[in-house]
Every structure is written in structure tokens, then in C-alpha cells.
Design a protein around this ligand. Structure first.
Ligand code: K3U
Ligand code: ZN
Length: 183
């Protein structure tokens, strides 16, 4: 079953999410399966539980190559519980983001180029991963949802409608590469 995507203005998108305390429960497994189905149907590259109405610290990162990020890695969707950034690079890059909770809008947002993250699997096993570029951006975007923040709160340097983004995609700032910011 897919879940209704909460959109800009829904109070759950401004609330800080709660840690998962019981791993491997049927309710948690059901939430994860429904989030995976919702992400697949929406053809997104990430999803956070508050976007489907759950207050829990659950995110999915599912990078794949796309017109704007042709070199992005192709990943199986990675389900991350109670994720926590351990380190963010000082180096920041500008990149274009969309959000399933902010339809028809794209923003040029500065994010750390690299992140090191600790998280738990659905079975409660602690893991670490380090990402650069697109998956690092998707992670930071999804983690922001757990803090009750949207990319609009990150002072985008430019905002476009989806139609303008598609019309301008080949001439936008940074070309197909992310644009590095001065330190
Ligand atoms: O922007 C989107 C996209 C889809 C496929 C390839 C490239 C971009 C769709 S919006 C999206 O996937 C968000 C998901 C959200 F809103 F639920 F968190 C994730 C995201 C997209 C682009 C940059 C950062 C995060
Ligand atoms: Zn989003």
C-alpha cells in the first residue's frame, strides 16, 4: 500500500521526529514497506517518515543517475533508522533539489559535499556509511525532514517551478556538475 504524501503546510513537516526504540516490530516493518512502495510510486530518490505522516526517525536514500546528476551512483533503497551525521565536510557545493512535499518547485541549495553517517538497520544493527555528492545531498535533505526542516528553510540561492527547471535544465548554474562554494 502507498501512503499519502504530506505537503507544505502540514504541521508534521515542521515537527522534530522521534527515535525508533523498538526494532523489528511488525508495525515498523509495515511502515518501511509502505514507505518503499510510496517512494517507488513517486519515483523519488529519498523519503522521510514525516512525509507520510509518521513521527519516527526513519529515512530512505535511493540515489540513481538522473539528468542533473548523471554520475550519481545507482543504489538499492537504503532504509536508515535513527540516522545521525557524525561528520560533515567543510567543503560545500550548490545543487538542485526537489521535494515530494513541495510539488512543482526546485531550489538551488548549498550542502556539505561529504557526510559520514551512523544509523540503525530495521533489525537494530548499527552501521556507518560515508557518501559524497548526490547521495550525500539526498541524505542531508532527508535528515532535515527529521528535524522538521524543508529545503526551502535552507535559503535556496534560486527557486524555479518544475516547468522552468525542465525548460532551463541544460543551462542552469553549475552545468551537470555541482558548483563549489568558496570556503
Ligand atoms: O527531485 C527529485 C528527483 C527525482 C529523481 C532524480 C533526481 C531528483 C524528486 S524529489 C526527491 O526525490 C526528494 C524526495 C523527498 F522530497 F521526499 F525528500 C529527494 C531529493 C531530491 C533531490 C535532491 C535532494 C533530495
Ligand atoms: Zn523532501
Amino acid at each position: 500500500m502507498t501512503l499519502r504524501l504530506r505537503q507544505l503546510g502540514d504541521p508534521i513537516l515542521t515537527q522534530v521526529a522521534e527515535p525508533v526504540t523498538e526494532f523489528g516490530t511488525p508495525a515498523l516493518q509495515n511502515l518501511i514497506e509502505e514507505m518503499l512502495a510510496t517512494l517507488k510510486e513517486a519515483q523519488g530518490v529519498g523519503l522521510a517518515a514525516p512525509q507520510v505522516g509518521s513521527p519516527l526517525q526513519v529515512i530512505i536514500v535511493a540515489s540513481r543517475p538522473n539528468p542533473r546528476y548523471p554520475d550519481a551512483p545507482q543504489m538499492e533503497p537504503l532504509v536508515m533508522l535513527n540516522p545521525r551525521p557524525l561528520a560533515l565536510s567543510d567543503e560545500q557545493v550548490l545543487g538542485w533539489e526537489g521535494c515530494l512535499s513541495v510539488p512543482n518547485c526546485r531550489g538551488l541549495v548549498a550542502r556539505a559535499r561529504e557526510v559520514e553517517v551512523e544509523y540503525y538497520t530495521p533489525e537494530g544493527v548499527r552501521q556507518r556509511v560515508t557518501w559524497q555528492d548526490f547521495p550525500a545531498r539526498v541524505f542531508q535533505h532527508e535528515y532535515d525532514h527529521l528535524l522538521g526542516r524543508l529545503f526551502l528553510d535552507r535559503q535556496p540561492q534560486q527557486l524555479l517551478t518544475e516547468a522552468e527547471y525542465q525548460a532551463q535544465i541544460h543551462s542552469l548554474a553549475g552545468g551537470t556538475e555541482e558548483q563549489q562554494l568558496p570556503p
